[in-house]
Design a protein around this ligand. Structure first.
Ligand code: ADP
Ligand code: ZN
Length: 429
């Protein structure tokens, strides 16, 4: 069984891939000349990657907001067949337009990703992500149909109904937020159904940062393989990056995107292996080509080749957005590091919250963690022991001194969409 959707492109030899990229970059610059925002740049002069980096400044999310609604549009409006948009809770939403070809290319990209991890015609694909303006719904929907999978556009929520569909239609591939995957499990428990007795085979988890520990937990609970899916609506949506069967880094598709990692403070381009902010240039987009777009996401390019045979580079799982970093009494850390430690401790349940307060002019970190059912029904000594162990491990691994508060299984707040685990109250009290 071949594992490639587009073997020639996925395995393209490095030099060939670079030549192809440069050709696509030239075409992109040509199109970008029609965009009101990029018009002012000397795009005609650029004939190499070096010139590109020297002449083209970064594009920021702020620019997309300021240019609302049509400032980045590089085609005529009548060529546009769809728009997607962010929620826009903080000012103008970012609106991204798609031509017919943009949708086709995006579909192909998602199909490539899904095929890579073993989705085939004959699979039943249940998409629990939000349909509508959010790209996780429609983006995957079209990709799955292109492969020929029976696609169930169920959307988010209503856990009992999710399970009912899984049982009755033999769902084998599930697209789901990692935080929701853990929550859904408690509904299986309630219904006394073991998900391992169903036909579930593959989980596609993504859209939000999650740790390796969380992936393993999902795989163990459901008896599936879970793959990390990365994307952002500004450059299309899902499909930008995906884990291969090796589960060792996220392949970014270099025939669709030009990838740079930069120092978020200085803007300097960093070498392979060094951690920084991911910057993407779209290579095929027609309606809204983006040049050197700062994603805000922190990661690094992994050195070396992947055992799967694909030549496209790999990045490490996303650590978070640059502005997710917490500074607690001078110690820098990311929520995902707390999650990794927490979920590595037996007895910790399926949901947690991080709260930071100001007490006596010092930052105080509170970790609220659900315990699992067996600990909850056990002894008080068992609970105290768990509480101490969590505090201990966070202290030794992250050099912070938290107050740990345990909660009943299923008692902490949940989210309809992406998890919001950090409540920083320092400037609110
Ligand atoms: P919004 O910015 O409103 O959340 P998107 O749905 O486009 O809109 O979200 C894209 C962002 O979600 C990415 O920039 C990244 O921060 C996060 N994200 C997406 N996939 C992953 C993933 N697999 N791991 C970590 N973060 C992710
Ligand atoms: Zn690989």
């Amino acid at each position: 069984m071949t594992m490639y959707w587009d073997e020639q492109m996925e395995r393209a030899e490095a030099g060939e891939l670079q030549r192809h990229q440069l050709k696509l970059l030239r075409q992109t610059l040509e199109r970008a000349k029609n965009s009101p925002f990029y018009q002012r740049l000397p795009l005609d002069k650029i004939d190499s990657l070096e010139a590109f980096q020297a002449e083209v400044p970064f594009t920021r999310k702020q620019d997309l907001r300021e240019q609302f609604p049509y400032g980045f549009l590089a085609t005529e409006l009548k060529q546009v067949v769809r728009l997607h948009s962010s929620s826009g809770t903080t000012g103008n939403p970012t609106v991204i337009f798609h031509t017919k070809k943009d949708i086709e290319e995006w579909t192909n990209l998602v199909a490539r990703c899904m095929y890579m991890i073993g989705t085939r015609a004959g699979d039943v694909f249940q998409n629990t992500m939000g349909y509508g303006l959010f790209t996780g719904g429609l983006g995957f929907h079209y990709g799955a149909e292109a492969i020929g999978a029976l696609t169930i556009p169920i959307g988010p929520g209503n856990s009992k109904r999710q399970i009912w569909f899984m049982q009755n239609f033999g769902s084998s591939v599930i697209h789901i937020l990692p935080s929701y995957a853990l929550r859904l499990y408690s509904h299986f428990e309630e219904l006394q159904i073991d998900p391992k007795t169903l036909t579930l085979r593959i989980f596609i988890i993504g859209s939000e940062p999650h740790s390796e520990a969380m992936r393993r937990q999902i795989e163990d609970l459901y008896g599936v393989k879970a793959y990390n899916s990365y994307g952002l609506s500004e450059v299309c949506g899902p499909g930008v990056g995906f884990e291969c069967p090796e589960q060792n880094g996220i392949h970014l598709w270099e025939d669709y995107f030009l990838v740079e990692i930069i120092d978020p403070e200085t803007g300097e381009v960093l070498p392979v292996g060094e951690e920084g902010e991911l910057v993407l240039t779209t290579l095929k987009r027609e309606a809204v080509p983006l040049l050197r777009y700062r994603t805000g996401d922190l990661t690094r390019i992994l050195p070396g080749e992947c055992a799967c045979g694909r030549s496209h580079l790999r990045i490490e799982r996303i650590k978070g957005r640059a502005d997710d970093m917490l500074i607690i009494n001078g110690v820098n850390l990311f929520p995902i590091q707390i999650e990794k430690t927490l979920l590595g401790i037996p007895g910790v349940g399926k949901n947690y919250l991080i709260e930071i307060r100001k007490e006596n002019y010092m930052d105080k970190l509170y970790i609220k963690a659900e315990v699992d059912q067996t600990i909850f029904e056990g002894t008080l000594a068992g609970l105290t022991q768990l509480q101490n162990r969590i505090a201990e491990e966070l202290r030794s691994e992250l050099s912070v001194n938290p107050v740990v508060q345990l909660s009943e299984p299923g008692s902490l707040p949940v989210w309809e969409g992406k998890a919001k685990r950090v409540n920083d109250r320092r400037n609110k009290e």
